[in-house]
Design a binder for this molecule. Sequence first.
Ligand code: AMP
Length: 182
Amino acid sequence: MKKHLLFLGPPGAGKGTQAKLLSEVTSFLHLSTGELLRKEIDLGTDLGKQVKDIMNKGELVSDQLVLEIVKKNLKRNNKGWILDGYPRNLTQVKSLNDILEKLNQPLEIVFYLEIPDEVLIKRLLLRGRKDDNEETIKTRLKIYKETTEPLIEYYKKLSQLEYINANRDLKSISADIKQKMA
Ligand code: AMP
């Protein structure tokens, strides 16, 4: 079974939900940079204060801050790990490659959760997180297309990409993911 995984896809595709479910059944570490950042905000740490406005606007936090968080949380572990929401641009891909080389745990599979824009927008508005208002969603989708989407081509070239139709019920998506990582 593959145990070093990455979930890629636009905001609202269900990366977080699927990564969490999978981490529960496998005991793999679920590393969500968005969740870790939100925790910092809730705790009112210096880092949280630095990122709060940026996140509420739907913009990306600096690569350097995100890298620090990833380094702190992604340690060598024998169970496995699931990256969710990181990397989000090619600079972050490069940093991740360096980290994984040092850990000697290469990425084994990238799940790309595909879903039409109109479905995403509906889903995000229903979710109602602080950064899920119409204005912010527009910004996040734009940034996703400009900055994160090129990663699909990158991982495709490395033959690590698996397409997942994310416009289905939760269980069908989970089953598909489990089958592909077997
Ligand atoms: P997410 O929970 O993945 O939707 O992330 C929520 C917000 O956290 C994003 O809109 C960004 O502001 C910030 N964020 C999360 N991951 C990253 C990352 N890898 N690089 C930069 N910003 C990030």
